[in-house]
Design a protein around this ligand. Structure first.
Ligand SMILES: [Zn+2]
Length: 271
C-alpha cells in the first residue's frame, strides 16, 4: 500500500476507535482533542513499519538521524517488508512508544510529558508529509504544524498522553493489514518464515496466499498503488476527514474560552 494510503487508514482507524456514536466502534472513547490529535498521530504511526526502507517518508523525516535509523532497522529486521511487518515488529514499536511516554520532566509549568510530546510531533510531521498537507511549502510547514498539534495537547490536555501506545498499536496493525491485502503480503510470524513446499507453489490461488518467500497475502486490492486501492481509500479517507472535522469543531468550541484567556494573559507579557 502507498504511504499516503497507510496514513489515511491510520487516521480512519483512530476515528473509529476513539469516537463514540453510531458510525464508530468507540473502544477507547476520548474527548475531541484526543480524537483530533490522536488521528493525526495515528496517521504517522501507520507509517513506522516502512522505516525498514531507506527511501520511505519516515527515513527522510529528520536527516541524518532518521536515515541512519532506517539503515539500522533494515539490517536488524532482514530488509523491507520483513521484521517490521510482523506481530513481533508491531510489539516492539508499541513497547518503544510506551517507553517514550514514560519520559517526563518537572518544570515551572508542572510536569511535562517530553517523550510523548516529541514522539507525537515526529509522527504528525511524517503524517503531514505523507498526506501532502502542505504540498507547496518546504519541510518547515510540516514541522510547525506538528509542533502546534503536539503543543495543543500539552496545553489543553496534558493528562491525555496515555493513548500514545494505543495509537502506535492501531497504526502498525493498520499498516500490516494494509500490506497484507496487497499482492506482496507480509511475513506475519517473522522471524519464523515457513516457505511452501515446491509442489504447493504451483497450486493456483494458494500460491497467491502463501507466497514462495513465505509471506502471507490476501490480495483483495491487487498490487500496491492499484486502482482498487485508490477506490477503497476514497471512503476511508472521507470517514477520517468527517471524524476529524467534527472533532476539530467540537474542540474549538470547548476550548475557545481557555484560548481567549491564554491570549489575554500573553498580551501584557508581549508589551
Ligand atoms: Zn509496508
Amino acid at each position: 500500500m502507498m504511504g499516503g494510503h497507510h496514513a489515511a487508514s491510520g487516521a480512519a482507524a483512530w476515528v473509529a476507535i476513539a469516537t463514540t456514536g453510531p458510525y464508530a466502534l468507540g473502544w477507547y472513547p476520548l474527548d475531541a482533542t484526543g480524537v483530533l490529535i490522536g488521528a493525526m498521530t495515528t496517521a504517522g504511526t501507520a507509517l513506522v513499519c516502512d522505516w525498514d526502507h531507506r527511501s520511505s517518508t519516515i527515513a527522510h523525516a529528520l536527516p541524518p538521524l532518521s536515515n541512519a535509523i532506517a539503515v539500522g532497522i533494515e539490517k536488524v529486521s532482514g530488509g523491507h517488508r520483513q521484521g517490521t511487518h510482523s506481530l513481533l515488529g508491531a510489539s516492539v514499536f508499541v513497547v518503544l512508544a510506551a517507553f517514550c511516554s514514560q519520559f517526563q520532566v518537572d518544570s515551572p509549568w508542572g510536569r511535562l510529558s517530553v517523550g510523548a510530546g516529541l514522539l507525537c510531533m515526529f509522527m504528525i510531521n511524517i503524517a503531514a508529509k505523507a498526506l501532502k498537507l502542505f504540498p507547496n511549502s518546504g519541510w518547515i510547514a510540516n514541522w510547525v504544524f506538528a509542533l502546534l498539534m503536539a503543543g495543543l495537547v500539552t496545553w489543553f490536555a496534558p493528562h491525555q498522553w496515555s493513548w500514545l501506545p494505543l495509537s502506535m498499536l492501531a497504526g502498525v496493525m493498520v499498516h500490516i493489514v494494509g500490506d497484507l491485502v496487497t499482492t506482496g503480503g507480509v511475513p506475519l510470524l517473522w522471524p519464523v518464515v515457513i516457505k511452501p513446499p515446491k509442489l504447493l507453489r504451483k497450486v493456483p490461488v494458494l500460491n497467491d496466499v502463501w507466497k514462495a518467500n513465505g509471506a502471507l497475502s490476501i490480495p483483495l486490492l491487487g498490487k500496491a498503488g492499484s486502482r482498487r486501492e485508490w477506490l477503497v481509500l476514497i471512503p476511508v479517507s472521507g470517514y477520517a476527514m468527517v471524524g476529524m472535522c467534527t472533532a476539530a469543531w467540537s474542540a474549538a468550541q470547548t476550548h475557545a474560552p481557555e484560548a481567549a484567556l491564554l491570549v489575554q494573559s500573553l498580551i501584557p507579557a508581549l508589551r
